[in-house]
Design a protein around this ligand. Sequence first.
Ligand SMILES: NC(=O)c1ccc[n+]([C@@H]2O[C@H](COP(=O)([O-])OP(=O)(O)OC[C@H]3O[C@@H](n4cnc5c(N)ncnc54)[C@H](OP(=O)(O)O)[C@@H]3O)[C@@H](O)[C@H]2O)c1
Length: 328
Amino acid sequence: MATTMKAVVIHAPGGPEVLKVEQRPIPKPEAGQVLIRVKAFGLNRSEMFTRQGHSPGVDFPRILGIEATGIVEHAPGGEFEKGQIVMTAMGGMGRQFDGGYAQYTVVPCLQVQAITVPTRLGWDVLGAMPEMIQTAYGAITKSLRVKKGDRFLVRGGTTSVGLAAISIAKELGAHVAATSRKPERELFLRQYGADEFLLDDGAIGKQIKDDSKKFDKVLELVGTVSLQDSFQCVAPGGVVSLTGIVGNSWHIDKFVPMELIPKFTYLTVYGGWIPEFMGTPLNDIVQKVEAGKFNIKVGKVFNIDQIVEAHQCMDDNAAEGKIVILTD
Ligand SMILES: NC(=O)c1ccc[n+]([C@@H]2O[C@H](COP(=O)([O-])OP(=O)(O)OC[C@H]3O[C@@H](n4cnc5c(N)ncnc54)[C@H](OP(=O)(O)O)[C@@H]3O)[C@@H](O)[C@H]2O)c1
């Protein structure tokens, strides 16, 4: 076995160009850890924040990457067999310790799911799944408790998490509406499964003239910048889950809850960590994708040597789906 690997290392914050592909020693697993031969990894906006220097407690140099998909190389404690397909995410990957932007990564076994169902899905599809599915599934089932017949709105419908949420909510039997700021993306969202499209002009509440068209559940992926408006779209008894921040603002200036939250409606948040990742039925979703019952929208695929281009694509919001990197 080789002793070195390709890894994407960040030494100082900045634009996509600060990401350097370097040769690094293949890490060695200790008891309770597993060495994964990474075959593919998805890109996440949290890695964009880390790259920009906004993630607290992250020291450079660091191998980025909060998720990875690949094959078990070695688990000293015998928790996994060599050759098993596995997925991992979160738990400090790419932030507190070196992460998935590499040909190999070492993570604690307790944050690894084995894919035990037979699959012929490509590494691009499998690599798109861990964090994207964990987030959409957790927000929909745990935070919003979407159920059959709910009117469900995804604000930020063209985000990779938003697209996964459309698939999951449709499968649960919800009526699904989705937003984009770009009118030309309506067809894409409808073809993907959305029943309704709302052009996000920043004031979609005004577009809903009839109270019966308001929503029971709203997945807010644009963030604090549109939260107040999202509450204008919610029916009495309805819930908004603040799950994403593509609008790039974490705060609400002069937050006045009694003005922001209409009476008899509810605000919650979603944040996935190891329990949420481990509780995500990835094997079930792999089977549904295999059977054509569930869509995984891979937006763009790059090779690890193209990591700068891939991050530029994320910065440009150009992917229309998950950006996946293959490591071979
Ligand atoms: N809570 C959690 O546990 C968790 C976990 C993972 C991810 N997240 C969050 O989920 C969100 C989605 O992540 P992702 O990786 O799926 O995103 P992504 O695919 O990179 O999102 C790209 C899309 O974001 C939209 N967008 C970008 N800037 C925007 C703005 N200023 N206002 C409105 N829309 C904007 C664009 O849609 P249009 O141009 O079509 O409008 C674009 O197509 C992120 O905020 C991420 O941090 C949360």
